[in-house]
Design a protein around this ligand. Structure first.
Ligand code: PLP
Length: 427
């Protein structure tokens, strides 16, 4: 396909219908695929031929949408997963085993923190959490001989901390490991981490990509740039024969462009099966078609809300990376000059109680455990998504007890502001 720009790729990448074929990506609602001979199917099981045999591993609808995501991020290969959580788990577990170690930014989504610090720890994979603002020496000090990856979020949920991608990528590469970035909040419309040295990007497609709060989903995109073959001892799963696939060596057979995603599909989807349904992949694609339009409106509305809150006497503090006075102004100008995201975090005077009153007073904005969809919604992370964290962990994730996370939708900004005005008058 031609090298198109973002909006065109959001509509056209990943699927080019031939003469007389449907203009939209068809939903291939089938668990299984028919073959004329057992040998033909056997070649698929040996990864000797390309094709589909069972939708727990791969499905044509998913693959077309995944190809679109690869184009949007500028990667070489991609896959869809059943959720963002599954994407994060797969991306790390694909290159880490029991006894390995990962360096992660401490400013993370609560579910990701839990996955890393509780569930993956039980699998014997250890995480060291570092401040996203730490000095390069402190970052270096977090690495161990068994470190296999660095992980961060481009814009952290809900702390809205912008990561210095180049600093984290350079540290990862100095220590011979890839940088995996969760680009959910910025989306490729506002930030393309591969340009700045990230090696693998993950998404909760549940958020802006779907954009309408219809489907839970995730994605992994590989830049194809990390040279696993330079470190065969660290990444034996990619660089030595896989006995569960008749001795295939992924880097040899699929090259750097395809090894990571092929292994992740062939082994982890086969064994864990956290695949996105073709129906959901279809809906995700509908969302992707308007992603640039929606991101522009989300960002414009969020900026209007952040400016309004900044001036309001009952508001103690506001964090919106796009604000001219933002602590991350320089990082925003460098990594996402055209916009950040539609999420604004703030605290009202009076702490936790005032936060509850404010939330009860909102009527257009619904209280929802969600973020980043078309309709404005609001959440108090300390008592919901991040409630399992200690005060210390909350502080290092950038979540104060009074933090209100407002996911600004694409309604008319006047209506969102009027809703806030009414609610704040009741605090
Ligand atoms: N990553 C980020 C930044 C998120 O905000 C979320 C969910 O809120 C996830 C990952 C997990 O995604 P999912 O809910 O699709 O599993």
């Amino acid at each position: 396909m031609q090298d198109f720009k973002m909006s065109t790729n959001c509509l056209h990448a990943g699927y080019t219908p031939n003469n007389g074929e449907p203009r939209n990506i068809p939903i291939v609602q089938s668990t299984t695929f028919r073959y004329e001979t057992g040998e033909a199917m056997g070649a698929l099981f040996d990864l000797e031929a390309e094709g589909y045999f069972y939708s727990r591993l791969q499905n044509p609808t998913n693959d077309r949408v995944a190809s679109k995501l690869a184009a949007l991020e500028g990667g070489t290969a991609a896959m869809l997963t059943s959720s963002g959580q599954a994407a994060n788990f797969y991306a790390i577990f694909n290159i880490c085993s029991c006894g390995d170690h990962v360096v992660a930014s401490s400013a993370l989504y609560g579910g990701t923190f839990n996955l890393f610090s509780v569930t993956m720890k039980r699998m014997g994979i250890e995480f060291t959490f570092v401040s996203p603002d730490c000095a390069p020496e402190d970052l270096d000090a977090a690495f161990r001989p068994n470190t296999r990856a660095v992980f961060g979020e481009t814009i952290a949920n809900p702390a809205l901390k912008v990561l210095d991608i180049e600093v984290f990528a350079q540290a990862a590469h100095r220590h011979g490991v890839p940088l995996i970035l969760d680009n959910t909040f910025a989306t490729p419309v506002n930030c393309r981490p591969f340009r700045w040295g990230a090696d693998i990007v993950v998404h909760s497609t549940t958020k802006y990509m779907d954009g309408h709060a219809l489907t839970v989903g995730g994605a992994i995109v590989d830049s194809g740039k990390f040279d696993w073959t330079r470190y065969p001892d660290k990444y034996p799963g990619l660089c030595t024969p896989d006995e569960s696939y008749h001795g295939i060596t992924y880097t040899e057979r699929f090259g750097l462009a395809g090894a990571f995603i092929t292994k992740c599909t062939a082994q982890l989807m086969r064994d864990f099966g956290a695949i996105q349904s073709p129906q959901n992949a279809f809906l995700l694609n509908v969302g992707l078609e308007t992603l640039p339009l929606r991101m522009e409106k989300h960002c414009a509305n969020a900026m209007a809300v952040a400016r309004y809150l900044e001036r309001h006497p009952k508001v103690e503090w506001v964090i919106y990376p796009g604000l001219p006075g933002s602590r991350d102004k320089a990082l925003v100008e460098k990594y996402m000059p055209n916009g950040t995201c539609g999420v604004v975090s703030f605290g009202v005077r009076g702490g936790r109680n005032a936060a509850s009153k404010l939330m009860a007073g909102l009527s257009l904005a619904s209280i929802a455990t969600h973020v980043a969809d078309a309709k404005t919604c609001v959440l108090h992370p300390a008592s919901t998504t991040h409630r399992q964290m200690s005060d210390e962990q909350l502080a290092s994730a950038g979540v104060s007890p009074d933090l209100i996370r407002l996911s600004v939708g694409i309604e008319d900004s006047e209506d969102i502001l009027a809703d806030l005005e009414t609610a704040l008058s009741q605090v």
